[in-house]
Design a protein. Structure first.
Ligand SMILES: Cc1cc2nc3c(=O)[nH]c(=O)nc-3n(C[C@H](O)[C@H](O)[C@H](O)COP(=O)(O)OP(=O)(O)OC[C@H]3O[C@@H](n4cnc5c(N)ncnc54)[C@H](O)[C@@H]3O)c2cc1C
Ligand code: SF4
Length: 565
């Protein structure tokens, strides 16, 4: 059978559905100075920085009114939807809080030792010398959900108004100027009907709107369509699944692995690797990150991670321990060529993962997101002082910063990895060694949804869950603290009658068991099957948007409640 691409079955969704003019009567509109969508590293660094800058700007503070800065966050609390490695470069924390000692940051430890291993199914070989992109000395291991709570507390202390459990559902645009966002309705039933506790959303009108929605930002991608901001290449993503384990023996180093359980051959395009980080004396985290351009419809990142834990080298690290947290999220990996061509339009800027600010060669994004948030704050405060909503100075700041410099250096590094581990490894090493000079030119990023999918054999090797070392998806979702109402409207947009290859891709890819093919259709041999959706399992990792569907915004407060991933 010939491969089928998910992009041939686009989701029933139009960007124009989420862009519109304010609709509340003038008196009912909520007015704020700066509206920040997303309480992640980018949004919260921006919020803190705006407040710091306003300390020297009494006139502007007065003009911005009672709520100078509001952060709209869809998670139940700040940090609830944040997941990362997270091996963090310290530069942004140092810049944002120059008076805080690292011992006061929400981190587990400074990285003093690191190692990279190449795994076969039975053995682990140290990779020496250590590839420079894996060197992490001087970085700090944190939990980004804890970091989010910390940054939100600091922001609130400084006077920022944080609106948790609130999704920004619509971008408000008038005469091509962004005027703010509209929050989503609450209390709708499965068919969109108003329940007893129904509350309509509100227009939040702002002088400046910062979209800091993270990976696959819903409004950000709609804004890129509306204002024609897409970069030279399409964005591409990796999916990461992560677990936190309480362990008997502390881990003394940061570990990355390459190779098994991912298949080496270019025909599978299973590009990625694992991260295993110490989290203090009694915990470690272990995660697997895989590019969403793989070709086998039966590949599952969740189950590949379960398989990886059965490897003697990995098993030894968690033996006798207990899994205490789990989560999944995508990471943009297109790098320089996929970044939006402009980061600002009148009234609005984009910062962080939604603008592709990730250096995937080093698996780093937290500090870039925070630096971008701070640059956005500076540009916005400068412009608002002059009653202007032209934030182009922000584009310039990012352009001349470490963000663009680093991401440019690894601009052609992700692309060859889709050609298999050996070819990708050779090109990747040359690129690292020459600081980006080789291979030169522009290596194009493919759209993940345009990759043809085949029914292969990846799933044959996945272990049966034993509930000690290996687990099924539903147990994993339970551990994420997911609390989405069963009777909430379906927020996943996909076609529900598609070729088996596409349906199986979604079933296997989704780490939260949202999609199912009815048993009898699986056996039937029919080319097309139905896709059943249990949207309440969704942990909002974003992968479906990369692979032919669209994750829209569920009601604020739904989704995972990450504490320490
Ligand atoms: C598995 C994995 C491992 C990683 N490892 C590392 C690492 O070791 N080191 C590193 O530096 N980086 C790492 N990264 C990347 C890093 O986590 C991201 O670059 C960083 O978190 C981006 O920050 P952000 O603020 O842009 O977005 P996010 O952290 O995604 O935050 C966005 C926030 O916006 C909220 N939001 C989104 N849309 C809306 C909306 N419309 N309304 C309301 N709220 C909204 C979300 O709920 C979320 O809280 C990793 C990422 C993953 C997934
Ligand atoms: S349904 Fe939710 S959890 Fe599943 S792949 Fe899509 S976004 Fe991720």
């Amino acid at each position: 059978m010939s491969p089928v691409a998910p992009s041939e079955y686009p989701p029933p969704f139009e960007s124009s559905d989420v862009i519109g003019r304010p609709t509340d009567p003038e008196d009912d509109r909520i007015e704020v100075g700066v509206a920040i969508v997303g309480g992640g590293p980018a949004g919260l660094a921006c919020a803190n920085k705006v407040m710091q800058l306003l300390e020297d700007e009494p006139e502007l503070t007065e003009k911005l009114g009672e709520v100078p800065v509001a952060v709209v966050e869809k998670g139940k609390v700040p940090g609830a939807h944040l997941l990362s490695g997270a091996n963090m470069r310290p530069s942004a924390m140092q810049e944002l809080f120059p008076d805080l000692d690292p011992s006061e940051w929400p981190v587990y430890q400074e990285v003093t030792k690191d190692a990279v291993y190449f795994l076969t199914s039975k053995a682990a070989f140290p990779v020496k010398p250590m590839p420079p992109n894996f060197r992490n000395h001087g970085n700090y291991v944190t939990s980004v959900s804890k970091l989010g709570r910390f940054l939100a507390d600091k922001a609130e202390e400084a006077g920022v108004y944080i609106l948790p459990e609130t999704s920004a559902d619509k971008l408000l645009v008038e005469d091509r100027v962004v005027r703010g966002v509209r929050s989503g309705d609450r209390g709708r039933g499965k068919n969109g009907e108003e329940l007893g506790n129904f509350e309509p959303g509100n227009d939040l009108i702002a002088r400046a709107t910062v979209l800091a929605e993270g990976t696959l930002g819903h409004l950000s991608y709609a804004a890129m369509d509306h204002f024609d901001l897409h970069g030279a290449d399409p964005q591409r993503w990796e999916l990461g699944v992560k677990e936190v384990w309480e362990v008997k023996e502390p881990l003394d180093r940061v570990i990355h692995t390459l190779g098994w359980p991912l298949r080496w051959s270019g025909k599978y395009a299973e590009a990625g690797g694992s991260f295993i980080y110490p989290m203090g004396e009694d915990k470690i985290c272990i995660g697997l990150v895989v590019g969403l351009d793989y070709t086998d419809a039966t590949f599952s990142c969740h189950d590949a991670l379960q398989l990886m834990k059965t490897h003697p080298f990995v098993k030894k690290l968690i033996d006798g321990g207990k899994r205490v947290a789990w989560g999944a999220k995508t990471i943009p990996s297109g790098g320089y060529w996929s970044m939006p061509k402009r980061l600002s339009v009148p009234g609005m800027v984009m910062a962080g993962d939604n603008a592709g600010m990730v250096n995937i060669a080093e698996l780093k994004g937290v500090h870039y997101a925070m630096h971008a948030g701070m640059y956005a704050a500076e540009a916005i405060v400068d412009a608002l002082k002059q009653d202007s909503v032209n934030f182009e100075a922000y584009d310039e700041k990012v352009h001349n910063s470490v963000i663009e410099k680093d991401i440019y250096r690894s601009r052609n590094m992700r692309q060859p990895l889709s050609k298999g581990l050996i070819a990708g490894g050779i090109f990747g090493s040359m690129m690292v060694a020459t600081k980006g000079a080789f291979p030169g030119g522009h290596w194009k990023n493919e759209d993940d949804a345009e990759v043809g999918m085949k029914l292969g054999k990846a799933a044959d090797k996945y272990p049966e869950p034993d509930n000690e070392l290996t687990f099924n998806k539903l147990d994993s979702v339970f551990l994420s603290g997911n609390a989405t109402r069963d009777d909430a409207p379906n927020h996943i947009r996909v076609q529900t009658r598609v070729p088996k290859e596409i349906a199986q891709t979604w079933v296997s890819m989704c780490p939260a068991q949202v999609y199912e093919i009815p048993e009898e259709q699986l056996e039937s041999g029919d080319a097309e099957v139905d896709v059943h959706i249990t949207a309440s399992n969704c942990v909002q990792c974003g992968a479906i948007t990369a692979k032919g569907g669209r994750l829209t915004l569920p009601e604020g407060g739904d989704g995972p409640l990450y504490q320490e991933v």
